[in-house]
Design a protein around this ligand. Sequence first.
Ligand SMILES: Nc1c(NC[C@H](O)[C@H](O)[C@H](O)CO)[nH]c(=O)[nH]c1=O
Ligand SMILES: CC(=O)[C@@H](O)COP(=O)(O)O
Length: 134
Amino acid sequence: MIKIGAVVAEFNFDITSMMLELAKQHAKFLDAEITETIVVPGVFDMPIAIKKMLDDGNVDAVITLGCVIEGDTDHDQVVVAQASRLIADLSLQYNKPVTLGISGPGMTRLEAHKRVEYGKRAVEAAVKLVKVLE
Ligand SMILES: Nc1c(NC[C@H](O)[C@H](O)[C@H](O)CO)[nH]c(=O)[nH]c1=O
Ligand SMILES: CC(=O)[C@@H](O)COP(=O)(O)O
């Protein structure tokens, strides 16, 4: 069974908790399991939690689940750009899939609700990558 770790943003938890539930259901459908979950304050705070999961070495892949909703400035762009860059870097550094289940930036709350399926997409990619990289 493929073991997946989930790093979930607490920010907008009404949405990210739904993303996590969809991810859990989809993992089960794919004969995988989310065996570890770390909840972090927000998307920007994910890299250090991802690194801990990868250092611990108990999962075959990590998924990131979050949603970044626009405010009055371009801060949402900074959050997503920096986090996604480091997420990709950690995947390469540890040679393990770390997939992107983070919606936004430039997104309203309604648009975020319409994209809770990003949780499924992250699991799908993680399982496919584990298999193709075996
Ligand atoms: N506006 C959103 C944030 N911002 C918070 C940052 O991610 C981070 O928690 C803070 O800067 C402290 O380091 N985070 C989200 O996940 N979603 C948002 O819409
Ligand atoms: C993406 C966020 O952190 C968001 O809260 C920023 O809001 P603002 O652009 O109004 O500072």
